[in-house]
Design a protein around this ligand. Sequence first.
Ligand SMILES: Nc1ncnc2c1ncn2[C@@H]1O[C@H](COP(=O)(O)OP(=O)(O)OP(=O)(O)O)[C@@H](O)[C@H]1O
Length: 762
Amino acid sequence: MRVSLARAVYSRADVYILDDPLAAVDSHVSKHIFTNVLGPKGILQSRARILVTNAVQYLNNVDNIVMLCDGEIIEQSSFVQAMEKQREIFEFIHRHFEDAQSSSENSSMLSDIEYAENGLGKIDCRNSSQQLLGRTDTDATNGAAVQSGDTTLSGEDRQTEDVGRIISAESRRKGKVAWSTYSTYVNASGKGNVTMLYIGFLLAVIGDVCANMWLKYWSSSSTDTSKSNLTSTHSPFYYLYIYGGIGLFGAAISLLKALVLWTRCSIRASTVVHQNMLTGVIRSPMSFFDTTPIGRILNRFSSDVESCDQELSSEISNLMDSLAQILSALAIIAITIPHLLVITPLLAYASRYYQKLYIKSSRELRRLYSTTRSPIFAQFHESAAGITTIRAYSQQSRFITENEYRIGQNIRVDNASLLLDQWLAMRLETIGNFLKLGAAVNAIATMHRSGTGDGSLIGVVISSTFVISGATNWLMRTISDIEVCMTHLERAAEYAALPAEAANIIEDCRPKEVWPEKGMVEFRNYSTRYRNGLDLALKDMTFRVMPRQKVGIVGRTGAGKSSLTLALFRIIEAAGGQILLDGEDISKYGLFDVRSKLSIIPQDAVLFAGTVRENLDPFNNYSDQEIWRVLEQANLAEYIRNKHKGLEFMVAQNGSNFSAGQRQLICLARALLKHAKILVLDEATAAIDNTTDVIIQQTIKREFKDCTVLTIAHRLNTVIDSDMVLVVDEGRLAEYDTPQNLLANKQSIFTKLVEEAQNSNA
Ligand SMILES: Nc1ncnc2c1ncn2[C@@H]1O[C@H](COP(=O)(O)OP(=O)(O)OP(=O)(O)O)[C@@H](O)[C@H]1O
C-alpha cells in the first residue's frame, strides 16, 4: 500500500482518488500517512483529494464528507455541519465510537486496568463528536515523532521492495534438444500408439513402392507387346484394377496413420504434457510464484502447449510422408538403376551439412522467440490488471510504447527465422537440382550406350529423382521444425519438473480424523524465510497457544504476523524449529492433511468465478440450510437473498462483483461452515466498517468459542479482549502475555501500540 501511495504522490496529479489507503496498515503508519500525505498539512495539501475510507477518526480533518448507502448518496456536508445536523454522518461517527467503547468495555482488561492511569484517556462516546470537533490537527512535535519513526520504516520498506522485486530470469536452454525430450514425447503419446504409427509408416512405404513398380511393369509390358507385335495377355483393366487396389491399400494405410497420429498420439501427448505441466505449477512452492511473472506462466501454457498440440503432430505427419516418399523412391532406383544410388549419399551428406547449420541457428532463434514472447504476455497481463491505474495517471502511451517495443523484439526474432528458412530452401533446392541433373544425364547415357533404352524405366527413375529432391527438401525442413517444436516441449517439460512442495498426503503417516482434537498450537524455536537467500522472516519463535484460547497477534506493518500464519499452513516451510498441533509436529504430515484441518480468513480474501454456493462449499458437503445459516451469521444473507438467484448468484473472477469487505465476509462464512478447530483471522475485517466489524467479532466469539482463534489485527480493539496477546517485532516474538499484564507494563510494545491507536482515535 505504501508503495502505491508513494507512486500516487509522485505522479503530481491535480486530483487524487485514494481508495482506503489506511485499511491494511497499523495505526502508527495510518496516522503518519494522514498527517504527512493526505491531511490538511500533508504533501498533497494543495491538491484535490477524494479519500474513500472507513477510518472515521480522520473525518474532522476533511473539507467535505459524502456518505453512501446502497449505492446512493444519503448525506453530503462538511464535518461541522454534519455534527450540527446530527443526521446520517453524525450517527455513523457516533456509532463508531460507541462500538469502540463497547468493545473496550467488554474486555476484562479495560475493567481491570485504569485507562486513566496509563494516560490513555477513555473515549466518551457522548463527547466523541465534540472531541473530534475540538481536536486541533496533529502538532509539529507529533508529526516529527511520526516522521522519525517512519525513517526506519522506509528503510525496511526499501529493503523489502528490493528483495520482493527479484524476478528470476527466464531460463533458456542452449544446444541440442536432449534425447530425453523426445522420449518424453514418445512416452506421453503412448508406446502402443507409436508402434502402431511405425507399422503404418512401413506399410505406407511398401504400398508406395508396389504402386510405382506396378506402374513400371504395366508400361513395360505394353512396350514389350508393341515391340513384338503381340497382343497383351491382360486387358488394361487388369492393370488398372490392381493399380487401384494398391492405391486403395495406400489410402487405407494413410487413413489409419492419420487416425492413430491425430486421435491417439497427439491428443494423448498433449493431455499428458499439459497435465504434467499443470501439476508441476500447482504443486510449486510459493517462492516460484513470487519470482515468476504470471505472463511467463501464461506463455508456457499457451504458445508452448499450442506447439505440442498442433505443430508437432503435423510435423511428424510431414516427416513420415516425406520419409516414406524418399524410401520408396530409393527402393525403386535401387531395383531399376542401382548405380545411380552412388550419388545419393553425397547429396544426402550435403543436405545434412546445410540442415545442421540451419538447425543450430533455427533452434536458438525459436528459443529466443519463446523467451521474447513471455515479456509481451507479462506486460499485457500487467496492463490489463492495472488498467484503472494506467488510465488514472494517463500512462496509456507509455504502456503502448512498451508493448510495441516488446512485440518488436519478438518480431525481430521471427523475421530472422523467416530469412533463415529461405537460406535453407535455396541450398536444398540446388542440391535437389543436382540429383535431377544426375538422373537425366544417367538416363541419356544409358540410352546412348544401349542405343534404345527402356523409356518406362527411365521415366520411373526420373520421376523418382524428382520425388527424392522435393521430399529431401521437405524432410530437412521437417526435421529442423521438429527439433524446433521440441524446444517448446522442452519448456513444457521444464515446468512439469519444477521443484514441488511437500507431498499432499503421506500414506504412512496420516493424522487421526479428529486431529487436532484440542486445538493446541505450539511454535518451538521456529524460524522461516520466504526463499533461499532471503533474510529470516520469523526468527526463533517459541510460544504455546492453549486449547480454545483466543490469541491476538499484533505488531507493526511488516513485523511478520502474516508470515506466522503462512508458516502454520506450511505455505512457507521451516528453516529451523517445529510447529506442533496438539503435540504433533505438522512437518511429518502431508500438506493436505495439515491444511484441511485449519481455517483462515486471509488479508486478501480470494473468491473464484462460480456461484456463491460453489465458493462457500466447493465439495458440496453441506445443505442449503447450513449455508444460509452461516451467511446469516456473516451478515451477508440479506445481500445474497436480494440477488434473486440466491446461492446460485454468480461470483465474477476474483470476486470483482463483491466489495473487499463482502469478500472477507464470504471467507468468514466459509470458515464458519468448515468450523475447523483452529481458526486464523488475518486482518479479517480490515475492509469492513466498524459496526459490521463488531457484529462479526461477536459472531466469531460465539461460534468459535470451543476453537483456538489466532487473530492478526491492526485495529487493536478487536484483540484487546483476547486471552493472550502475542507481539511480533522484526520477525521475533517480542511479547506474549495477557493484555492486562502487557498494558500494566508501560514500556511494553503493546502498550505503545495501544497508545498510538488511542492517539490516532483521539
Ligand atoms: N512473498 C514474500 N517474499 C519475500 N518476503 C516477504 C514476502 N512476504 C512478506 N515478506 C517479508 O517478510 C516480512 C514479514 O512480512 P509479513 O507480511 O509477515 O508482515 P505483517 O506483519 O503481516 O505485515 P502487515 O501488517 O503489513 O500485513 C517483511 O519483511 C516482508 O517484507
